[in-house]
Design a binder for this molecule. Structure first.
Ligand SMILES: *[C@@H]1O[C@H](CO)[C@@H](O)[C@H](O)[C@H]1NC(C)=O
Ligand SMILES: *[C@@H]1O[C@H](CO)[C@@H](O)[C@H](O)[C@H]1NC(C)=O
Ligand SMILES: *[C@@H]1O[C@H](CO)[C@@H](O)[C@H](O)[C@H]1NC(C)=O
Ligand SMILES: *[C@@H]1O[C@H](CO)[C@@H](O)[C@H](O)[C@H]1NC(C)=O
Ligand SMILES: *[C@@H]1O[C@H](CO)[C@@H](O)[C@H](O)[C@H]1NC(C)=O
Length: 384
């Protein structure tokens, strides 16, 4: 066969293949989208219609052009997101019989901005390689100090810049806290590592702590390379984490989000549990999420989480909420065996060589932190 003829034949076959792929793609697109270009999604189930969070999420999806007009479209949501949302009285069937924390949460669910009481605009001046972000509560002075003296010491570690901030809401007299503000002011001046916002610091408001931090990060620390976010009762092996991060390729690093990942979970329906969520508030499965005790992610991803978060209705469990935001970004958090949010075997509790291999353990008292950390950083100890 002449070469020119064979070339033409190959070209023809390629063209036909191209046409076929194009037709296939447009058929698939039309299957997934209606004429306006919106993604066609399944109509809400009866259960979803009965759940406030699900309905509010539908409304947001519509506003962000992700779904068709919901049939409750004459409901425009609260006018001012930071006024109490009294629609909940009529729109949640069992509102009056829900535990108080749900009533508090639902009434203020749309408010995402609170004034800052204490800021540290300069923490990230030396662009940190790793930013340690600790969720704390005002009265936990000893936990914060133990972290500063151990795994959270700011400065240079293993030739990398580490910065630390503690996240705080406000202690309100309604929750019977004594007045700790003067003490806190003193601590802030001494250490320059406290961030505080003026909202009521409760378990259901931890999601606020998350989004207010992301907002702060995007404004004050957008070039930090990595973030470790954890509770104030965890031990973090900062050395091991820096070592791990240095081994990442550029591709692995951009979408990094690792921790103790929980998959195939859903809301608990037992009213006695801390994580109880009633059907009238949420139905459905949770996306994979990393337990809030501590997780590690990239600064780049934090910026994307910040920009996607307005598209996700606040959920009263903060780590599930972050999982929902990751899902909106099309990402899945990755499980890493170095994160022990359910602790390690009792017999290893003071085994330094075990800690050297781990990244994070929950939970440890301030005294335990000091005791264990002094072993981790002891240079003469050889572990296999
Ligand atoms: C939604 O789509 C309409 C029409 O296609 C467009 O004008 C509008 O800007 C979009 N809104 C958002 C938030 O993307
Ligand atoms: C929508 O409007 C109709 C008619 O005004 C009203 O009966 C219905 O309750 C409204 N739906 C909601 C969710 O407000
Ligand atoms: C320390 O880090 C800097 C830049 O991050 C690098 O240039 C230098 O070589 C490092 N030094 C050592 C001893 O690894
Ligand atoms: C969260 O904080 C706001 C502002 O202080 C408060 O109105 C609301 O009741 C709090 N929610 C919960 C569940 O504590
Ligand atoms: C990194 O990602 C880019 C674009 O997604 C890809 O082209 C490249 O091959 C990837 N590199 C590695 C080492 O995986």
């Amino acid at each position: 066969m002449p070469v020119a003829f064979r070339k033409a034949q190959v070209l023809y076959v390629m063209m036909m293949l191209n046409v076929f792929v194009c037709v296939l793609m447009s058929v698939l697109w039309n299957l997934g989208h209606d004429k306006s270009g919106r993604r066609a999604v399944q109509a809400p189930t009866e259960a979803e219609r009965g759940s406030f969070w699900n309905r509010e999420q539908r409304r947001l999806d519509f506003i962000y052009n992700l779904t068709e007009l919901p049939d409750w479209s004459n409901d425009t949501g609260p006018l001012n997101p930071c006024d109490p949302d009294y629609r909940v009285h009529t729109q949640i069937s069992d509102y009056n019989s829900l535990p108080q924390r749900f009533q508090d949460f639902l009434l203020h669910m749309h408010c995402r901005t609170y004034p800052m009481l204490i800021n540290q605009p300069h923490v990230c001046e030396d662009t940190p390689f790793l930013l340690l972000v600790v969720k704390s509560l005002t009265p936990h002075f000893d936990r914060r100090q133990a972290i500063r003296e151990t795994w959270g010491r700011a400065g240079v570690l293993a030739n990398r810049t580490v910065a630390t901030v503690f996240l705080l809401g406000n202690t309100m007299s309604i929750d019977h806290f004594p007045d700790l503000l003067p003490m806190l002011g003193h601590e802030a001046e001494l250490h320059n590592d406290l961030l505080q916002w003026d909202y009521r610091d409760t378990f259901f408001n931890l999601t606020l702590k998350e989004i207010l931090f992301l907002e702060w990060f995007s404004q004050n620390c957008p070039h930090a390379q990595y973030i470790l976010k954890g509770d104030d009762d965890v031990l973090v092996n900062t050395l091991r984490i820096i070592d791990f991060l240095e081994g990442l390729s550029e591709n692995q690093s951009r979408d990094l989000f690792i921790g103790d990942v929980i998959s195939n979970a859903g809301p608990h329906r037992n009213r006695k549990l801390k994580y109880f969520i009633p059907e009238s508030v949420f139905v459905g499965q949770y996306p994979p999420y990393a337990g809030g005790g501590g997780y590690l992610y990239s600064g780049d991803l934090a910026l994307r989480l910040h920009s996607v978060s307005p598209q996700v209705v606040l959920y009263p469990i903060d780590d599930v909420y972050t999982g929902m935001c990751l899902k909106k970004l099309g990402l899945v958090p990755e499980k890493h065996s170095g994160f022990k949010t359910f602790d390690i075997e009792e017999r290893y509790k003071y085994n330094t060589c075990v800690y050297r291999r781990l990244m994070l353990v929950h939970s440890r008292t301030p005294q335990e932190l000091l005791k264990i950390w002094s072993g981790i950083v002891r240079p003469e100890l050889d572990c296999l």
